[in-house]
Design a protein around this ligand. Structure first.
Ligand code: ZN
Length: 259
């Protein structure tokens, strides 16, 4: 699957910082020109030395520089308790309804989930139900408050993100269950026919189980076998082959157990 939004963001900044025009603009803001001083074409030596050197081709081959993990609309954005969405009230541009559900997903996630649901059904693993997809900042605020009042701060926040910190707000996360298999939004979903099939096959459709068993210290969330995150086929396949369970580990990001 092609990832249209992947781009070498950190590398772009390095390139930009190494251009003399950019440095000149930083050194000589417009107000300085208005006083009739002509800006020196060569910036001071200390500023020339400070930017990183231009990236070598080997820098650009590493996954963390290829994928955009910062922009909220990127299919490879990484959101966790240390990485809120920017802006926190972000709304995805193109949301599509999922068949048989009132929930919506961002277009690539919705299409991939539909393909996965068809494959799950033909494999005899059941009928996939989308319980929750995109959630707005406002609805996440309500869900977070509800979980915290039900379970207390620690257990509540191990399940429900604060508004602006939820993958559901990107439209790329899907809480799923299976028709008449029970355990919807419970950890026992992992023992159902559908839960087992998804754990084994979701990667083939570009999804990862974002909050795997035993990774709470890294992700900040309890085991959620129902919460699938679309990351695209390349990353899902690569994580599988390298046996990397979390996006934090895959992109060499700090653990995010707390806000
Ligand atoms: Zn979820």
């Amino acid at each position: 699957m092609h990832l249209p939004n992947s781009k070498p963001k950190p590398a772009n900044w390095k390139v930009l910082l190494s251009t003399p025009m950019f440095l000149a603009a930083l050194l000589f803001p417009i107000s300085a020109y208005a006083e009739g001083e002509s800006p020196s074409p060569s910036p001071s030596a200390s500023l020339i030395e400070s930017p990183s050197p231009s990236p070598s081709p080997s820098d650009l081959e590493g996954f963390p520089t290829v994928y955009d993990i910062d922009t909220a609309s990127s299919p490879t954005v990484v959101v966790n308790k240390q990485r809120p969405l920017y802006p926190k009230t972000y709304v995805p541009a193109a949301l599509k309804k999922f068949p048989g559900s009132s929930a919506k997903l961002a277009a690539p996630a919705r299409d991939a989930l539909a393909a996965m649901a068809a494959a799950m059904k033909s494999a005899g693993a059941g009928t996939l139900v989308l319980n929750s997809g995109y959630r707005s900042y406002a609805s996440q605020k309500i869900i977070h408050a509800m979980k915290v009042s039900q379970l207390g701060l620690k257990a509540g926040e191990a399940l429900a993100a604060r508004p602006g910190y939820s993958e559901h707000q990107t439209g790329l996360a899907a809480d799923v269950s299976a028709y008449k298999q029970g355990c919807a939004i419970y950890t026992c979903f992992s023992a159902t026919k559908a839960g087992k099939w998804l754990a084994e096959n979701a990667w083939q459709y570009g999804f990862v189980i974002r909050y795997p068993y035993g990774q709470t210290k890294i992700t900040g969330y309890q085991f959620e076998p129902w919460h699938l995150r679309f990351v695209g086929l390349e990353i899902a396949t690569d994580m599988r082959s390298k046996n990397l369970l979390t996006l934090e580990k895959y992109f060499a990001l700090p653990n995010a157990p707390k806000y």
